[in-house]
Design a protein around this ligand. Structure first.
Ligand SMILES: *[C@@H]1O[C@H](CO)[C@@H](O)[C@H](O)[C@H]1NC(C)=O
Ligand SMILES: *[C@@H]1O[C@H](CO)[C@@H](O)[C@H](O)[C@H]1NC(C)=O
Ligand SMILES: *[C@@H]1O[C@H](CO)[C@@H](O)[C@H](O)[C@H]1NC(C)=O
Ligand SMILES: *[C@@H]1O[C@H](CO)[C@@H](O)[C@H](O)[C@H]1NC(C)=O
Ligand SMILES: *[C@@H]1O[C@H](CO)[C@@H](O)[C@H](O)[C@H]1NC(C)=O
Ligand SMILES: *[C@@H]1O[C@H](CO)[C@@H](O)[C@H](O)[C@H]1NC(C)=O
Length: 673
């Protein structure tokens, strides 16, 4: 720390031009920047977030800066550079990211944490009234904002859905176009970033600290900022954490709208690193496991190669040119591209019915006249292929009344894969529960029916097939509604196959913020119990008519829990259901189902019921059966014993449930949002 002292804490070259702003911070103190939220300055380093969950930290240059030539709409050029680190904490998954930002106001108003990066909130995201430009360094893949991966740099104009994005990294000066070097954002290493704007072009470049600035920018985007910027703007940084935490640090920063070489004044040597110390690799359990796994994978790979070379030799030459090895396995579902093209009017824009995490969805008609939904997945990166394979391998062979029907697939050009599903006339469940027309809103009865149907689909995935299938992304927008308003669980893009009785060892985090169980956030392990957690959150949101994480508010689980503690659980029900002589809801039913939701979303996976038990609770018409089903089984017995009940009633257990949650508030209140 001592090495990099303040060279020029702040110097302003405002001589000829009143609009000129130039400053350079090689260290930070409280006089140069104004801090808000949980931002602090630690050891002269600007620390936007620490290990607090669901936290926002913002810091801006103390005064607004002019961004346009006086009395015109012409945007001034600018050049900025900064050195940053995302420092992970041991045994925690890291998130969510840091953004360089121009904003009309300072403070944290209008922003929320987790995936919103402290940049926008749920209501104002996408509004042209924001007048915000951000360059995000994002280490969580958010499907709702079409994030390309979990390690990217994106340009955000008034919205978290980036106008342009690229995997983080750089092209070395001596390499060709194929020599891209990936940089992992959240590993504690320090990186330098350069952002330059001139002649309506925005360039973003990054590299490891100490390297000469790469000539080719990572992002080079035409952008007219004259309607985005107000005449004067605050400039600075924002970062946020959610369930996943890391410390977002800015070590130094220069900004200028006159001198594009000012960034050369940043000191790049003698800086600290925030990488976690590693235990010697050969001693770790992981190494031994990896060794064993490696050997078995190699053996398996050899036999697979041998198998496919036999198969391949049997095939005709023509097929060989058109197909890849893995396609063989999925051959039966193939539909011809011509049929899909004519069915969707050649993928016409007016046929687009939705945009999902993986790509666009088109409506269309097959030759026989049946309506279909066609999902086009871009295959530019390997990600697309993997998502495709997993989607095919699970959905293609699974059939259930309450799962979206999968019809087939094909390839388009080199870069695209196409999946064909049954068309769902009534769209997705979220459109009927959250902000929608009164006449679109679902009645309480319908909501319960749909929840039951989703439960039975999920039980089928967990137990109804020779391999256990985890859904991993249960949420209202993944529940679709057919003509008769029956639920169909969809989007298996994230599902992976697991043989029964084998725990999954993956550490790659998939899912959606707000539906992730605490243990999956802690160690990335998905299980049937993490699906049950997502289902519990689904119950709560569908009954309460609230999204799981609404900007500026406590999490939904906590909110319902609060109502339960006050003994006013029934008040949590969606208010629109009771208004204007609408259906009067069965209060006992509301309480019962909310308690079930809380039980499923319990922070302790051992307490959560299995999907089988959830279905039994829904179906067991009489009280007796419902109590039985709640308490039979090791986990629940342990749970009720722990609460001192020998033969508890439903109400007792529910009461016990909320008090046990209150006792373990450090678990659920912090982790369980
Ligand atoms: C700051 O951190 C605390 C926890 O230490 C958290 O409760 C609070 O919401 C955070 N504030 C902001 C604005 O993020
Ligand atoms: C810009 O307009 C203001 C009044 O609207 C005027 O006082 C000022 O002189 C103008 N500046 C320039 C550089 O024309
Ligand atoms: C989002 O921020 C805007 C201000 O930009 C505010 O009016 C609105 O109430 C906020 N919404 C939520 C849900 O906090
Ligand atoms: C952006 O990058 C391009 C390509 O390297 C370069 O020609 C252009 O001058 C750069 N613009 C700015 C404002 O740095
Ligand atoms: C940018 O947009 C503004 C207003 O929309 C327009 O007046 C101006 O000509 C545009 N600038 C460029 C360089 O296209
Ligand atoms: C621009 O900044 C560089 C680096 O700090 C400095 O050496 C140079 O003198 C500055 N140029 C002008 C014109 O101020």
């Amino acid at each position: 720390m001592k090495k990099h002292q303040t060279l020029v804490p702040l110097f302003i070259l405002a001589v000829q031009l009143t609009s000129a702003v130039d400053f350079i911070f090689n260290t930070f103190d409280s006089s140069g920047v104004s801090l808000s939220g949980n931002a602090t300055i630690e050891s002269q380093i600007l620390t936007l977030t620490n290990d607090a969950t669901f936290s926002i930290g913002r810091a801006f240059y103390t005064s607004k800066i002019p961004t346009k030539q006086p009395n015109t709409t012409v945007v001034l050029p600018f050049s900025t550079s900064f050195i940053f680190a995302m420092a992970p904490y041991r045994n925690r998954l890291a998130g969510h990211g840091v953004v360089f930002v121009f904003s009309p106001h300072d403070g944290i108003e209008g922003s929320s944490s987790a995936q919103n990066l402290g940049l926008f909130n749920f209501t104002n995201d996408g509004s042209p009234n924001n007048h915000v430009l951000g360059v995000e360094f994002d280490c969580f893949r958010n499907q709702e904002f079409n994030d390309i991966d979990d390690n990217h740099v994106g340009i955000d104009v008034n919205s978290l859905t980036s106008v342009a994005a690229h995997e983080a990294g750089y092209w070395p000066d001596d390499g060709g176009a194929s020599s891209f070097e990936k940089l992992e954002l959240n590993n504690g290493r320090i990186y330098q970033v350069w952002i330059d704007y001139a002649d309506s072009i925005l360039n973003v470049t990054m590299s490891p600290v100490g390297m000469k600035r790469p000539k080719q920018p990572l992002l080079n985007v035409p952008l007219n900022l004259s309607d985005v910027f107000e005449d004067e703007m605050f400039v600075g940084f924002t970062a946020s954490t959610g369930d996943m935490i890391q410390s977002h640090k800015i070590l130094s920063w220069s900004f200028s709208n006159t001198n594009f070489s000012l960034s050369e004044g940043l000191i790049t040597d003698g800086l600290p690193s925030f990488e976690l110390p590693k235990t010697p690799i050969h001693r770790t359990k992981g190494f031994i496991t990896a060794l064993i796994v490696g050997i078995s994978v190699f053996a398996l790979a050899c036999s697979v190669v041998a198998f496919f070379s036999v198969v391949r030799n049997r095939r005709t030459r023509k097929e060989k040119d058109e197909m890849e090895d893995w396609e063989l396995e999925y051959w039966p579902h193939r539909i011809s591209l011509q049929e899909i093209e004519s069915g969707t009017k050649n993928f016409a824009d007016q046929n687009v019915i939705g945009v999902g995490g993986n790509g666009k969805v088109y409506g269309g008609v097959l030759r026989g006249g049946s309506q279909i939904a066609v999902k086009v997945i871009s295959r530019e990166n390997g990600e697309g292929t993997r998502a495709f394979l997993s989607e095919i391998s699970s959905l293609g062979r699974l059939k259930h009344r309450y799962l979206v029907g999968f019809r087939g697939w094909c390839k388009k050009d080199k870069g695209h894969l196409i999946l064909v599903y049954d068309y769902m006339e009534n769209g997705s469940l979220d459109k009927r529960v959250f902000e929608c027309d009164e006449n679109m809103i679902l009645s309480f009865k319908d909501r319960i029916r749909i929840l039951k149907q989703v439960a039975s689909a999920l039980l089928y995935l967990h137990e109804g097939w020779e391999a256990k299938v985890l859904h991993r992304d249960i949420k209202a927008s993944n529940v679709l509604l057919d003509k008769e308003m029956n639920a169909k669980l969809g989007d298996f893009g994230l599902a992976r196959m697991h043989d029964h009785d084998r725990t999954s060892g993956t550490t790659r985090l998939v899912g959606t913020v707000g539906y992730l169980a605490p243990e999956i956030v802690r160690d990335g392990r998905a299980s049937t119990k993490t699906d049950v957690f997502g289902y519990g959150v689904l119950i709560l949101e569908v009954v309460c008519g609230r999204r799981p994480v609404e900007a500026g508010e406590e999490g939904l689980v906590e909110w319902v829990l609060d109502a339960s503690r006050r003994g006013e659980l029934v008040t949590a029900v969606d208010r629109r259901l009771k208004r204007d002589g609408g259906e009067t809801v069965d209060e006992e039913g509301v309480e019962r189902v909310l308690r079930l939701g809380l039980l499923c979303a319990h922070f302790d996976p051992k307490v959560r019921p299995s999907m089988r038990r959830v279905v039994e609770i829904f179906e067991g018409g009489n009280e007796e059966a419902q109590q039985e089903s709640l308490f039979v089984g090791d986990h629940d017995q342990g749970f009720s014993r722990g609460l001192g009940f020998t033969n508890p009633t439903f109400d007792e257990i529910a009461e016990g449930l909320s008090s046990s949650m209150a006792i373990s508030c450090s678990g659920i209140l912090v982790e369980g949002r």
